[in-house]
Each structure stands twice: as C-alpha cells, then as structure tokens.
Write a protein that binds this ligand. Structure first.
Ligand code: ACO
Length: 430
C-alpha cells in the first residue's frame, strides 16, 4: 500500500492526506503539489532545507553515513580505480563504458577541445587582474552565441554534443583565463594527451620551452576531478536546472552554474580555505580562530567546514586528506606548513563541543587547496578547477531534466511581507 502523510488544519480541524514519494534510497518526501489548489496554502522553505526539487538517477548522498554514490558506485571506489573521463561517461550515460564506448567517448571529447578563434578574442576584453571565475562565467555564457542555432534542446543528439563540447572546452577556457592573467600567450590543446595532462600543459607550458607533464600531478588532478564531478542538487546544479527549465540555451545555463559555484559558501570555499590558513599563519593561533568561528557576533566561519547534507565526514575530504600525504611526499614537501596547520585546525575543531554538536566536519574544500598549491596552481585558479570538474555534473543534470517529458519551468512562490495596495503620491507631496 502506498504511504500517505496526514496534514491537519487546526483552524477547521480538517485533515488532508498527501501522497508520500519514495526513491530507491534516502528520505521519502511528501508530495505537496496538490496542496495549494485544494487547501489554499503554500509550503515555506526558503533555503530549500527540506525540499526535493526533482527525481534524479544520477547521484546519491547519505549525509548521516558520509556516503556518496555516482550511479551506484562509491566515490572512493571510483577515485581508486577509475579515471575522470570514465566517470564523465558514467554520469552522463548511467553505466561504465566498455572499451569501444570509452574510446569513442574519449575521441569525442578530444576533438571538441579547441575554441573558435572569434571567442579567443573575447579574453582580450578582460582586464589582466579579472578573477578567472569572472572570465569563465563570461566566456562560457558567450559559447551560447556560437552554438545557438546549432542546438535544438529537444534533440537528444544535439544534447549529447553539447555535453561533449562543454566537458572538452572547459579546460581550454580555464587555462586561457589563467594565461591572460599572467600575460602569457595561450597554449592550445594537444590531442595525444589525457584530459588532465592536457590541462596542465595548457596552463604551464610556454612557447619558449619544452614542457613535460608530471604524471603524478596529472593523476592527482584526475582524482580531485572525480571527487568533484557531481553532488546531486547542490546550489550550482540547482541553478543550472532552474535556468535550463525555461528552455534557455544550455551554454548560458552552465554559465549560471559557474556564477553560483563561485560563492564562498559553495565552490569558492577552496580559495577561502587557503586565504584563511594564511591568515591563521601558525598552529599557536588555531584556538583563537576556533573561538572566533564560534562567536556569532564575529561573522568568521571556518572555511571548508560544515555541509548542508553531510552530518558526518565528507567522504571526499577523507580521500583528499590521504592523497595530500602522497602528493606532498612526491614533491618533498612532507613538512608543508599549511597541511600541518589544516590538520591541527581539524583536530582542535573536532574536539570542540560547538563543532561536535552541530556535526560540522571538514568538507571537500578543506584539503583540496593544499594539493592544488603543491601542483603550482595559483589560489585564484582553485575554484576554476572545481568548475572544470563539476561541468559534467551540470551537463548530466541538465540532460536528465531535458529528457523528462514532465519538465516544467521552475517557479517558486513567496510569502509577501510588503505594503498592501496604496495610491501614488505626487513627488511634491512626499
Ligand atoms: N564555522 C562555524 N560555524 C558554522 C560553520 C562553519 N564553517 N558552518 C556552519 N556553522 C554553524 C552555523 O553558525 C549554525 O550554528 P547555529 O545552529 O548555532 O546557528 C550551524 O552551524 C548550522 O549552519 P548553517 O549555516 O545553518 O548550515 P547550512 O547548511 O545553511 O550551511 C555551509 C552549510 C554553507 C556549507 C556552512 O557550513 C558554511 O558556511 N561552511 C563554510 C563554507 C564552506 O566550506 N563551504 C563549502 C561547502 S561544500 C561545497 O559546496 C563544495
């Protein structure tokens, strides 16, 4: 028998039965769609803390257990055995590819990495000190001008080409944004390199010298990209879905996701963590900053700590912390001051009742910056790295939504708290 949920109106003592929707895993949800029409009330949930906005087959998070699954595979399993491009295929298509499927997919991504020369000229319009996330938002939005007529969002083949183009071009755009900021010539993609090696070369090669990609750096980036590839209905993905639900151009929808990711409460936290560690400076200052984070008057938060869904360790943070040891050892940076400081901060915070009671643990962004920095990636490129990795998640969710015949424009309601109707007052009478 299907479950229902009874909601009682204490004004007239009448109850209404609402259907309960259960997925394959996770918390069930009360279907409130009929409520407004039948009962004349809306539901109120400003930051969507208790609202499911869609059904999705792609990613599952168990926040209590600290579990993250992509299409049923644990993120730890994928980080250990898979590659970022294989994970992209999995997220987009639902299954791991066989050898032929993987080869065809790799080929499709490799052959979409170049940018239209007219688009390349856009970079010159940005000031040299523009934040790379600003450039990324602008250039990705501009892709819509290049592929508008060629993209029929109702056509599954067109949707697939869009996903390939986005995944392929994002590293080229991010690397070009970096080159612009340091005043160096842009380096184009090279088809015989794998995804992350190609990105490293586009970022760090210069025409005057040969550049050899460090396989350890490429592998470390690949693992980080797997861990960041998708995270169900997070703020940036929900933004992409919301923009996409209007039927807008999908490249424009992706640029809204990049804008949402940039904020320090979301993907911008990786940059904020490094700035915070630099500000703390020394292990002796840790207790002072933990006290500041607990002080509601202060406004300071421990960046890279806490999560809307995880009320236990973020499984991605655990993998990254382990990986930090390997990467730092490879580069002879075992005694890295920032890593030691981060671990001390984690230790002190996790022994503190404030963080224990609120179930605040390190999230994916707490340790990722330590690895990025060891690879020579500048701090303002940390969030662009996240954006490259998350592009597949945005594209997969957009595609899933577009393939749903029941898709409707996302349009929330509000509790109005302003004036009731009033008459216009002439300016000399105010
Ligand atoms: N430092 C200090 N206190 C915190 C922190 C923190 N990092 N995070 C949450 N809290 C406290 C809040 O003050 C609140 O306390 P209260 O109950 O006494 O009022 C309680 O914990 C719950 O926090 P909310 O802000 O209500 O939680 P919410 O789910 O809205 O926010 C968020 C989650 C944005 C991640 C928050 O924990 C935060 O700001 N963290 C720092 C930024 C960060 O690391 N963001 C990256 C998130 S992961 C990602 O997007 C990739």
């Amino acid at each position: 028998m299907s479950k229902t949920f009874e909601l009682k109106n204490n004004q007239d003592d009448k109850a209404v039965e609402l259907p309960v929707i259960e997925g394959s895993r996770g918390t069930p949800a009360v279907d409130v769609r009929g409520l407004a029409g039948k009962q004349g009330v809306f539901t109120y949930d400003p930051a969507f803390t208790a609202t499911c906005s869609c059904d999705s087959d792609i990613t599952f998070i168990d926040g209590e257990q600290g579990q993250l699954l992509y299409r049923g595979y644990s993120v730890q399993d994928l980080a250990e055995h898979s590659s970022y491009l294989e994970v992209c295929y999995l997220l987009l298509n639902g299954e791991l590819p066989d050898k032929d499927q993987m080869e065809t997919f790799r080929d499709a991504i490799t052959h979409h990495t170049m940018l239209n020369q007219s688009l390349v000229k856009f970079f010159d319009g940005f000031h040299y000190d523009a934040h790379p996330m600003a450039i990324l938002t602008g250039i990705t939005g501009s892709l819509s001008a290049f592929y508008h007529d060629a993209t029929d969002i109702r056509n599954p083949e067109h949707r697939e080409i869009f996903t390939h183009r986005m995944i392929a071009k994002m590293p080229t755009i991010a690397a070009a944004a970096f080159k612009h900021s340091v005043g160096q010539p842009k380096i184009g993609p090279k088809n015989d390199l794998d995804y992350t090696s190609n990105l490293l070369r586009m970022m760090f090669a210069v025409p005057a010298e040969d550049y050899e990609v460090d396989p350890v750096a490429a592998k470390a980036l690949d693992v980080l990209f797997i861990l960041h590839a998708d995270h169900e209905q997070n703020a940036s993905t929900s933004t992409v879905r919301m923009a996409g639900s209007t039927g807008t151009n999908p490249y424009a929808a992706i640029s809204t996701g990049i804008a949402a990711l940039w904020g320090p409460a979301h993907g911008g936290a990786n940059e904020a963590v490094l700035n915070m560690l630099a500000e703390i400076g020394d292990a002796s200052q840790v207790p002072k900053y933990v006290e500041k984070a607990k002080d509601k008057e202060d406004g300071f938060r421990l960046m890279g700590f806490g999560h809307r869904v995880y009320k236990n360790f973020d499984p991605r943070a655990t993998v990254i912390r382990g990986y930090c040891h390997q990467v730092l050892e490879h580069y002879g940076m075992q005694n890295n001051k920032l890593f030691e400081l981060a671990m001390e901060l984690e230790r002190v915070a996790l022994e503190d009742d404030y963080f224990v009671e609120r179930k605040l643990y390190p999230n994916v962004d707490f340790y990722s910056g330590i690895i990025y920095q060891a690879l020579g990636i500048p701090i303002n490129m940390f969030t662009p790295m996240f954006a490259i990795a998350r592009t597949v998640g945005w594209a997969a969710h957009w595609s899933e939504m577009m393939a749903d015949p029941g898709m409707r424009i996302a349009r929330p309601r509000q509790i109005y708290t302003g004036y009731d109707l009033r008459g216009y007052v002439d300016i000399d009478k105010r």
